[in-house]
Ligand binder design. Structure first.
Ligand code: G3P
Ligand code: CA
Length: 269
């Protein structure tokens, strides 16, 4: 079967570095973006949340605990939620030492710093709005930062940016606020619900364990808000065998902590 695969990336399927090349550098840091670039990977995925004073930062967990030294620096601030810390407090944290001493001093990037680094490498961004229920208005604010960075022009919105979330409401908000922006829904909705999703999302992005050839074909049969077949990017695939299997299902993108492994598998190495 031939599936229309447009705008996702240069490799087919696109290889998307999950939280950056996060098997090799601390997740969601600029070092992980650099590592992906070094490996020649065009797409990076990240997670966006908001500080107490309203700055957007890139971090996966709702707490700073696992991926920074926040527990040592602010011992009395448990459970160390991002939303309870100011941007200045977060900027002081070490987001690299937990991963390895070579990365000591890596910081939690602001969204602005992150986008600038992605732009510098001429990469593409799969931006996840994480825990939107904790951050009212985060969709509008994310779009504002992207706009300030020049990422809502035609060049970017047609092929270099996708905004995704596990929250259908959040994806719908992004679509309503800026219909030109490509969007993705994280999950595996039943096929009977896909017509409703196709109103506001360009991609259905499921965990690989839920995928089948039939499901991917069903998704591709729907036309998204930009007049193209809905696409599928699946996560988080770190081994060659699974990468080849899901590529055989016809997925458009593979989100991976080990983008070099997946790319080599797809190239038959
Ligand atoms: O991009 C998909 C994947 O990142 C979703 O899961 O928990 O890693 O954000 P999570
Ligand atoms: Ca994510």
């Amino acid at each position: 079967a031939s599936h229309a695969r447009t705008d996702v990336g240069d490799d087919r399927p696109a290889v998307i570095a999950h939280r950056g090349a996060s098997a090799y550098a601390p997740e969601n840091t600029l070092a992980a973006v650099d590592k992906a670039a070094e490996l020649g990977i065009r797409w990076v995925e990240n997670d966006v949340q908001r500080t107490r004073d309203g700055e957007l930062v890139v971090l996966h967990d709702d707490s700073l605990r696992r991926t920074t030294d926040v527990e040592e620096v602010y011992p009395d601030r448990a459970p160390w939620l991002v939303k309870d810390f100011t941007a200045a407090e977060i900027a002081r944290l070490d987001a690299g030492s937990w991963f390895g001493s070579a990365y000591a001093g890596a910081r939690v990037p602001t969204l602005e710093q992150y986008v600038e680094r992605v732009e510098r490498h001429d990469q593409k961004l799969l931006l996840e709005i994480k825990n939107p229920e904790l951050y009212p208005g985060i969709e509008q604010q994310t779009l504002k930062v992207l706009s300030n960075e020049g990422w809502l022009d035609r060049h970017h919105v047609t092929g270099r940016l996708v905004v995704q979330s596990f929250s259908a409401q959040s994806v719908r908000n992004v679509h309503k606020l800026k219909p030109a922006v490509r969007t993705g829904f994280l999950g595996t909705p039943p096929v009977s619900d896909l017509p409703a999703y196709a109103e506001f999302t360009d991609q259905i992005n499921p965990s690989y364990g839920t995928l089948s050839l039939g499901y991917v074909s069903s998704v591709h049969a729907f036309t998204g808000p930009h007049g193209k077949p809905l696409q599928v990017s699946t996560w988080t695939v770190d081994d060659a065998e699974t990468a080849r299997r899901v590529a055989g299902y016809g997925v458009d993108g593979i989100i991976t902590n080990k983008p070099d492994v997946v790319r080599d598998a797809l190239r038959g190495k």
